[in-house]
Design a protein around this ligand. Structure first.
Ligand code: NG1
Ligand code: ZN
Length: 558
C-alpha cells in the first residue's frame, strides 16, 4: 500500500499531525486486538504478529518523549530478549541510557490500548497534560535484534516516528546495550564515549587490552567458549574478536540457528545444564549470552563432566570483591555496595557481607529497581541472578578516581590502583547490563587474580535451589512486601510458607507474581538438592491452594 505523503513540517499544524498519525494508523498499522497489553518490566513483549500497531505507536511515543526532554535522543530497541524466536517486543530508552521513567510506562500502556480512531485525541491529551512544547525537536535512536520479524516491526516504528516528524538514527542489528550506550553518548555530547557502534567496541576493547599487557597470569588462560544464543551477541562478538586479537581467544558456538533454542543464558540458568551445540572440555570457561546480549552466564564442566554454573550472583561477588580491593589499595574513600534481588543465592549474600564486608541491598525484581538503588552508592554493583547487571559510578566517584590516578601526594602503588580502577570503569557499560562488557570485566578480574574458573567457583558454594511456576486464575491476588521476600495476600499463605521453611536447614522460599508471564513464581533454597526440590514443591502446592491454581497441580519431585 503506498504510504501517504507527509507534507512539509512548517506548513502542518499540530492538529494536522494528530490527524495524520490517526490516518496512518488506520491505513497502515491498524490495531490488531482489543485485548489489553501493558508496558511491563521488559517493555511490550508478545507474539511478533500482534505487534505492528504497538510498534507504530511506540514510534509516536518516542517522538513525544524526546520533545518533553527538550530534543534529547530517546532509544527504541526491538527485541524479545531470551523469549522464543516467534516473540518480539519493544522498549524505550531514556536520555541517560536508563529504562523509561515509570510514569511514562503508564502513558505507553494508554497509548497502545486506545482505538485507532481515538489515537489523535490521545496524542493531544498526552501533549497537553504533560505540557510538551511542540516546537522542540525530536531525536530517536533505533536498534533491533536478529529476529526474522524485526525488519517489518522496525518499519512500523519508523512510520510512527515519521508521522510526528521525528529524526531517527537507525543502528540496524545491534545488542540492547549498544542502543543504551549510543543514546548516552549522544546526550552527553560524547563525554561517555563516541556515539557509534564502532565507538562502543573501541572503548571497551582499548580499556580491556590496557588492563592485561600479558594475556596469561597464574592459573588464568585467555580463552573462552562463547555461546551466542544464535543471536546478535554472536554478531557483536565476531567484531570483538577482530579487535581483541591474542588478548582473548574466543571459540564461537550457536551463531545462526533458531534464536535462544536450547542455548543462551536463560536456557543455561533455568535448565542448569550446558547450552547445546558446544564442544565442551574439562575446566574450559564457557559463556552464554541471551538473545539481545544484555545477560550473561558462565559455566564449565569438571573432570567428572559435572556441570558448574557461575551466574549473576557469582559475577556480582567477583566484581564487588575486586573493586573493594582496588579501593583499599588506592586509599580512596568511596562507598561501595552490592544490590541483589530475592533470587540471589543465600550463600552469595553471606559471602559478600561476612567475608568481603561489602554492604548488600535487596530490591524487587527488574533491573530498573536494582539500578535505582545502585546509584545511591558511590560505586554500586547490581546483578540479577539470571546474569543481568552492571556497575554504576557516581560522577563524584568518577572524578575522585581520575584525580587520584594523578595525585602526587599518593604513593606510586596507590596511584597505580586508582589508574587501574579508571581503566576497569572503561570496560564497564554503566548504562545497562551488557553481556559482552560484563564478560570482559569478569575476564579482567580473573586475569588479575590469576584464577581459573574452578578457582572462581571455589570462593563459596551455592545453596541448592529450585524455581517453579504456578498458573492461577488471577496472579494479582498474590501481593508482596519486603522486596518481594514475603507475601501479604492471599491471607494465610505466608504463614504456611514460614512453617514449611522453618523445617528445612538453611531453608528460604518466596512466591511472587511474574511481571513478564502469566504465572506466579516460586523460589526455594535449602541445604541439600532434595530439600530444595521438596520445599519448592511444598510451597507451590500451598500457593496453588491459596491463590486459585488452574490446570495441573504441582507434582512432587521424582
Ligand atoms: P519476571 O517474569 O517478573 O520474574 C523476569 C526475570 C527478571 C527480569 C525480567 C525481565 C527471573 C526470575 N525473572 O521477570 O529477573 O530479568 O524477566 O526480563 O529471572
Ligand atoms: Zn536480554
Amino acid at each position: 500500500m503506498p504510504r501517504p505523503s507527509i507534507e512539509d513540517h512548517c506548513i502542518m499544524s499540530v492538529e494536522e499531525l494528530y490527524s495524520q498519525a490517526t490516518s496512518v494508523a488506520l491505513k497502515q498499522h491498524p490495531k490488531q486486538t482489543d485485548k489489553e497489553i501493558r508496558y511491563g518490566t521488559a517493555g511490550f513483549r508478545t507474539k511478533a504478529d500482534m505487534l505492528d500497531s504497538i510498534m507504530y505507536r511506540m514510534g509516536l511515543l518516542a517522538v513525544l518523549r524526546s520533545k518533553i526532554k527538550q530534543g534529547a535522543s530517546i532509544g527504541v530497541m526491538i527485541t524479545a530478549s531470551h523469549n522464543p524466536q516467534p516473540d518480539n517486543g519493544v522498549k524505550l530508552v531514556d536520555p541517560q541510557g536508563e529504562m523509561l521513567e515509570a510514569a511514562w510506562e503508564a502513558i505507553a500502556t494508554d497509548l497502545v490500548n486506545v482505538s485507532d480512531a481515538e489515537l489523535g485525541q490521545k496524542l493531544k491529551s498526552i501533549v497537553e497534560s504533560k505540557g510538551i512544547q511542540w516546537s522542540n525537536p525530536a531525536h530517536t535512536v533505533v536498534g533491533r535484534d536478529t529476529r526474522p520479524s524485526s525488519p517489518a516491526l522496525l518499519r512500523a516504528v519508523l512510520d510512527g516516528i515519521a508521522a510526528l516528524k521525528g529524526e531517527v538514527v537507525d543502528l540496524g542489528i545491534v545488542s540492547t546495550p549498544i542502543v543504551h550506550y549510543v543514546v548516552t553518548c549522544i546526550n552527553s555530547n560524547g563525554a561517555y564515549g563516541q556515539a557509534s557502534e564502532e565507538g562502543y567496541y573501541k572503548k571497551l576493547t582499548d580499556a580491556f587490552k590496557k588492563l592485561r599487557p600479558e594475556p596469561t597470569n597464574g592459573n588464568y588462560q585467555p580463552a573462552v567458549k562463547f555461546d551466542g544464543a544464535n543471536g546478535v551477541g554472536a554478531i557483536m562478538m565476531r567484531r570483538f574478536i577482530e579487535l581483541l586479537g591474542p588478548s582473548l581467544r574466543v571459540e564461537m558456538y550457536n551463531e545462526s540457528g533458531e534464536l535462544n533454542h536450547q542455548c543462551g543464558a536463560d536456557f543455561v540458568k533455568v535448565q542448569q545444564r550446558p547450552a547445546e551445540g558446544m564442544t565442551l572440555a574439562p575446566h574450559a570457561r564457557c559463556v552464554s549470552v541471551d538473545g539481545d546480549a544484555d545477560r550473561i552466564i558462565y559455566f564449565y564442566v569438571d573432570d567428572n563432566e559435572k556441570f558448574h554454573m557461575l551466574d549473576g550472583d557469582r559475577i556480582a561477588t567477583l566484581v564487588a570483591g575486586y573493586l573493594r580491593e582496588l579501593l583499599e589499595a588506592s586509599g580512596l574513600q568511596l562507598d561501595l555496595g552490592l544490590v541483589q534481588t530475592a533470587y540471589a543465592n543465600g550463600s552469595s549474600t553471606k559471602y559478600i557481607t561476612e567475608q568481603l564486608h561489602v554492604p548488600v541491598a535487596c530490591t524487587p525484581t527488574g533491573v530498573k529497581h536494582l539500578h535505582h538503588r545502585a546509584v545511591d552508592f558511590d560505586i554500586g554493583v547490581y546483578f540479577e541472578a539470571n546474569g543481568h547487571g552492571t556497575v554504576v559510578f557516581s560522577s563524584a566517584a568518577q572524578r575522585k578516581i581520575a584525580e587520584a590516578g594523578a595525585d602526587p601526594s599518593l604513593s606510586e602503588s596507590q596511584r597505580a590502583a586508582a589508574g587501574r580502577l579508571r581503566d576497569v570503569m572503561d570496560v564497564i557499560n554503566q548504562t545497562v547490563g551488557d553481556a559482552i562488557s560484563d564478560m570482559l570485566l569478569v575476564e579482567t578480574v580473573l586475569h588479575a587474580r590469576g584464577w581459573s574458573i574452578a578457582d572462581w567457583s571455589a570462593a563459596y558454594s551455592d545453596l541448592p535451589n529450585r524455581q517453579l511456576k504456578v498458573s492461577v486464575k488471577d496472579r494479582t491476588v498474590v501481593t508482596t512486601t519486603d522486596a518481594e521476600r514475603r507475601c501479604v495476600t492471599p491471607d494465610g499463605l505466608q504463614a504456611e510458607i514460614d512453617t514449611l521453611v522453618s523445617k528445612q536447614p538453611q531453608g528460604r522460599a518466596f512466591v511472587r507474581p511474574s511481571g513478564t508471564e502469566d504465572v506466579v513464581r516460586v523460589y526455594a533454597e535449602a541445604e541439600t538438592r532434595t530439600a530444595a526440590d521438596q520445599l519448592a514443591y511444598q510451597v507451590a502446592e500451598v500457593l496453588y491452594r491459596y491463590a486459585g491454581g488452574v490446570g495441573p497441580k504441582p507434582t512432587p519431585p521424582q
